[in-house]
Design a protein around this ligand. Structure first.
Ligand SMILES: [Fe+2]
Length: 304
């Protein structure tokens, strides 16, 4: 791949790694540790990465061991490549385990140097929040997870933090917002039930701001859209790839892994190159849920 142009921040955008502490297979079919290692090995061929992002569902079980595995593998990759590492919780993450290992999610700073965090205790009801500066860009993470639920919602406190961050010290080359649930339409009934419930509130905060791009995950498929004129990029899942062409009421996924390489130029231009890491050795179908099963999963994860 071509190296990034001078002054450009190149981001390796991963999402939905769903790592497990004990090696349990995701949906009973995918070894997510192996999938992640495959993506990272492929990403060795991407030059000039300055920031690695994991936009939620970092863990599949919320265990401290699963987060330690992320630090070891993704943090190790970022450290070797001199890149920062930023993560944010998704609906499968547990804030307690996340904070215990990843603190506020801003794990490595510019150049891959460990960031120091003061030990603060927060109950799991308090959203994880953080920001850091990488190559003149303000990286702000917004926790869209709702404890015990699969859908996403940005709490008023998190919106206020984002507002305050955007009103704070000038970031020379603008802001990158990282969150899990995309503020974009969902491809299936299941994902629609688990969508971000207040995208309009986010739109109101970022409209007219210096936010250059919103990086999200959750849909396990690559999508690109915009919110309040700001590009929104949804990374493909590391764990599997949602079948967006299947019947709307059903949910199935293929064994496939990928990531985005997102280049952020100094003038605010954004471009994204999806990379795909096929798993020819694997059974192609990761899982398939019929409409009745999807209805039961929706009820269990939304309280409906
Ligand atoms: Fe998710």
């Amino acid at each position: 791949m071509q190296p990034p142009a001078a002054g450009t921040l190149r981001v390796l955008h991963l999402s939905d790694t769903h790592l497990t502490g004990d090696g349990t297979l995701h949906q009973g079919s995918v070894d997510t540790t192996a999938a992640l290692e495959g993506v990272l090995a492929r990403a060795d061929g991407v030059p000039g990465v300055g920031l690695v992002v994991v936009s939620g569902d970092v863990s599949g079980d919320g265990s401290p061991e699963s987060y330690a595995a992320v630090v070891e593998r993704v943090g190790g990759w970022a450290g070797r490549h001199g890149a920062a590492l930023v993560t944010v919780p998704g609906n499968h993450d547990l804030r307690e385990g996340f904070r215990q290992v990843l603190a506020n999610g801003h794990v490595l700073g510019e150049g891959g140097r460990p960031l120091m965090h003061t030990m603060e205790h927060h109950p799991p009801t308090v959203p994880v929040a953080g920001q850091s500066l990488v190559a003149g860009r303000r990286i702000v993470t917004v926790d869209t997870s709702v404890p015990g639920a699969g859908y996403g919602e940005i709490a008023e406190a998190s919106l206020e933090r984002l507002r305050a961050a955007l009103a704070g010290d000038h970031a020379p080359h603008g802001t990158v917002v990282v969150l899990h649930h995309p503020p974009l339409p969902a491809p299936t009934a299941l994902h629609d039930a688990l969508r971000l419930r207040n995208p309009g509130a986010l739109a109101d905060v970022i409209r007219g701001s210096d936010v250059r791009v919103v990086l999200a995950g959750h849909y396990h498929h690559h999508f690109a859209g915009s919110l309040a004129g700001v590009p929104v990029l949804v990374a493909p899942g590391v764990a599997n790839d949602t079948d967006v062409t299947g019947p709307y009421e059903e949910e199935s996924a293929y064994v496939d892994a990928g990531a985005l390489v997102v280049d952020l130029a100094e003038d605010g231009s954004v471009w994204s190159t999806p990379i795909r890491v096929p798993r020819p050795d694997a059974d192609p179908l990761a899982f398939a849920l019929d409409a009745d099963t999807v209805t039961r999963v929706i009820e269990a994860s939304t309280g409906r």
